[in-house]
Ligand binder design. Structure first.
Ligand code: GDD
Ligand code: MG
Length: 340
């Protein structure tokens, strides 16, 4: 089976980090984010992926190339202007061939059993199946209501709270029969979630809804991008960190992932889960709790960081304080004693 992966969005909710890098290339424990999902594909026998690129397309091509390094065959379809999730998938139609295709949102990490999903899809004899997951706040996602037999009753993108009737949402993974493509307009902006799914349901088509057990996260916001680091470090996922990232545990029980070339000065203190990218420097007596410091950043002596992300090559001055939710852009400077 072949997969199409949607990675053309601008990642506006993940600025400032997505100003320098498309979402799928953002580093997570020393590995581009999308490489974790590539591992899931390979583990379930998917060997070919079509990447639907648009925003910073060249960066994506440079990073993944033809996929050989990753043990996959990777090809690309590019929209010069983003055409939405539907328009992007339609572009991949020819490259996906004649079989059932797996379609994935590229900002999701989902340790799911693709073969079990396919068995469900075949058993239900549907042209579209949607993988589902359960979340606390469905208003941020696509709400999917199913009946007792696993057929979709309703698909509602970004519902308001008074419309939330369940906690099952679209996990951003679908199985499409080739016939589905005839319902997607070519060369036009079109959404799978606001267009295709509700329209197919209204036309009386049967869609399957399969609850995918296992770890699931969409890294689309700063909070979630931080969270995926903490989950990997704390062992809440089945994934191992990327090459060269070592997981260390200190005397206070904190877990630290350190990339190559990290330098930590004496008396620095860590608590919770902390990710240090390659070449990061931590000053004397700095205190870091549940945070992420990206490649080449420097944290000054006595600085205090809590639940925040420091962008690549940023400099945090001595005794500066970065509080929860701070997202420091790559290359920025924070003065000594500043409080953010
Ligand atoms: N090529 C291309 N072109 N890709 C796109 C485009 C486009 O115009 N628009 C979005 N994408 C890609 C994004 O890069 C991302 O990987 C994926 O499609 C989903 O877009 P998001 O912008 O992240 O959507 P979302 O998170 O608000 O909602 C989607 O994902 C949820 C699960 O994480 C929807 O599919 C929801 O229904 C779903 O619950
Ligand atoms: Mg998303």
């Amino acid at each position: 089976m072949k997969a199409a992966i949607l990675i053309g969005g601008q990642g506006t909710r993940l600025r400032p980090f997505t100003l320098e890098s498309p979402k799928p290339l953002l580093p997570v424990l020393n590995r581009p984010f999308l490489e974790y999902q590539f591992r899931v594909l390979k583990a379930h026998g998917v060997r070919e992926a079509v990447l639907c690129v648009s925003y910073r397309a060249e960066d994506c091509k440079r990073a993944f190339g033809d996929g050989r390094r990753l043990g996959l065959k990777v090809s690309y379809v590019r929209e010069s202007l983003p055409l939405g999730t539907g328009g992007a998938v339609k572009n991949a139609e020819r490259l996906l061939g004649r079989g059932t295709a797996l379609i994935l949102n590229g900002d999701v990490l989902n340790a799911f059993d693709i073969r079990a999903f396919l068995r469900f899809h075949r058993a239900k004899r549907v042209e579209i199946s949607i993988a589902l997951t359960r979340v606390k706040d469905p208003t941020l996602y696509g709400l999917v209501l199913t009946d007792m037999e696993g057929y979709v009753r309703r698909f509602l993108e970004k519902p308001s709270w008074d419309e939330v009737e369940s906690n099952t949402i679209n996990a951003g993974a679908y199985l499409f029969e080739p016939s589905v493509f005839s319902h997607i307009p070519a060369g036009k902006t079109y959404s799978l979630e606001r267009g295709l799914f509700p329209e197919r349901l209204a036309a009386g088509a049967k869609l399957g809804g399969w609850v995918a057990p296992g770890y699931w996260i969409d890294i689309g916001t700063v909070e979630k991008y931080l969270q995926v680091h903490l989950d990997l470090i704390e062992g809440r996922t089945p994934f191992a960190p990327g090459p060269g990232a070592k997981l260390l545990r200190n005397a206070e029980g904190a877990k630290v992932s350190a990339g190559p070339g990290v330098k930590v000065a004496p008396f620095a203190r860590f608590s919770g889960a902390v990710s240090l990218g390659r070449g990061v420097r931590i000053g004397k007596g700095a205190q870091l709790s549940d945070c992420v410091v990206l490649d080449g950043a420097e944290i000054g002596d006595g600085a205090r960081l809590e639940r925040c992300i420091v962008g690549a090559r940023a400099r945090v001055g001595t005794h500066a304080t970065l509080g929860p939710g701070t997202a420091l852009a790559g290359g920025s400077r924070v003065g000594d004693y500043s409080q953010l």
